[in-house]
Ligand binder design. Sequence first.
Ligand code: B16
Ligand code: MG
Length: 214
Amino acid sequence: RIEAVLFDLDGVLTDTAHAHYLAWKTLADEIGAPFDEKANEALKGVDRMGSLDLMLKKAPRAYDAAERQALADRKNGYYQKLIEGYGPQDLFPGAREALEACKAAGLKTALVSASRNAATLVQRLGIAELFDHVVDAGTIRRGKPDPETYLSAAAALGIDPVHCAGIEDAQAGIAGLLAARMYAVGVGDPAVLSSADAVVGGIDGLRWPRILSL
Ligand code: B16
Ligand code: MG
């Protein structure tokens, strides 16, 4: 029985996944590293430094730790510029309704984003009050695909992980949910998210009664 639903942010509730891609693409072009939307698939859900390491794999030269930190900060600057004007209009159709349906059904909700910008974003999107808990990505030692993000949310909510469902758009997120022994709902392409327990095209495609009956 599902007692809590854990929501990913980027790519599930709002389209910041594309803003992340554009920010990485700008940086990659500047340093001459080949990067496209296909390569970006592996970065989804992965934390900032982990994403940078993946992007740098095909860079023309190596970067030391201080340089990598500067590159990560530069990407975050581009990203923050892109999300500056975000507001409730940037929620995916059905996102607020999905959260409200959980609350109405008596389920606990948490935000399980790997993004250090997540708390700012949920404020701008106007959905902060619909979460019982928001994971602080800055306190997570092992990011997705490690289960730590999900287990920390379950612990904060006081719900056994096996009674949690998670909604994720990224391969890394689905892997983390399954490692946490949670029910994994993928949002996106079933071919990309083949290991998920269920896949829907978008958050508005979620059949809430079905999830509640699991
Ligand atoms: P930041 P999610 C993740 O958010 C993104 O999918 C991923 O692309 C990004 O690198 C990561 O957050 C870190 O974001 O640089 O803002 O700390 O999908 O877990 O909500
Ligand atoms: Mg995501």
